[in-house]
Design a protein around this ligand. Structure first.
Ligand SMILES: [Zn+2]
Length: 198
């Protein structure tokens, strides 16, 4: 069975949000139009405690975009975003949420970030996404959401690693593009690692 994965379609990643992805709102009608084509729709939700160490404000003297070490990994510092229970962490009101059967929250450990919906960035802990999809006999996942060069990319790569046939629906993604070309490089990397790009 196929499942549609909605990656982090949250207010803070949309125009006006704390970590807004340019033209991120253009994916909303694309995602809504897809929902009826899938028997199973799962959404990931970035869900950080207020003291999450990916926030630049947690590192005095450091700025957004700079790097620190977190759990032994290079970590880009982000503005505070998707704090648990905040409006910014909510899914967009323009997303038809009735179709979502399961929400997978990630980034809950203050000491490590989690771009992928399946694992934290050091792969120390697994979310319930993989086991849930398997329990539903899903063998193919299709991805839309935000952002192409971070959470969409890492979720897609992990899906391939876990043995799911993985399809990126390119009309339904937008990226941060911290460096020019990041989105294209992300798509190229996904394709080279076995993600089908449509
Ligand atoms: Zn985050």
């Amino acid at each position: 069975m196929k499942s549609l994965l909605l990656i982090d379609i949250q207010n803070d990643f949309l125009p006006g949000g704390a970590l807004a992805v340019q033209q991120g709102d253009e994916i909303l009608p694309v995602a809504n139009a897809l929902l009826s084509q899938y028997e199973l729709v799962v959404a990931t939700q970035d869900w950080h405690p207020a003291d999450h160490q990916s926030f630049a404000g947690q590192h005095p003297g450091m700025e957004v975009g700079q790097q620190v070490q977190l759990a032994g990994l290079d970590q880009i510092l982000w503005p505070e975003h998707c704090v648990q229970g905040s409006r910014g962490a909510e899914f967009s009101a323009q997303l038809n949420q009735e179709a979502i059967q399961r929400v997978i929250r990630k980034g809950t450990d203050p000491l490590i970030d989690s771009y992928s919906g399946f694992f934290d960035n050091a792969r120390r802990k697994e979310t319930e996404l993989g086991s849930y999809l398997r329990s539903q006999q899903v063998d193919e996942v299709h991805l839309v959401g935000l952002a192409t060069d971070y959470c969409v990319k890492f979720t897609a790569l992990d899906a391939v690693d876990l043995g799911f046939r993985t399809v990126l629906l390119s009309k339904g993604i937008r990226g941060v593009e911290l460096n020019l070309g990041d989105c294209q490089r992300a798509v190229d990397e996904m394709r080279s690692r076995g993600v089908e790009v449509r």
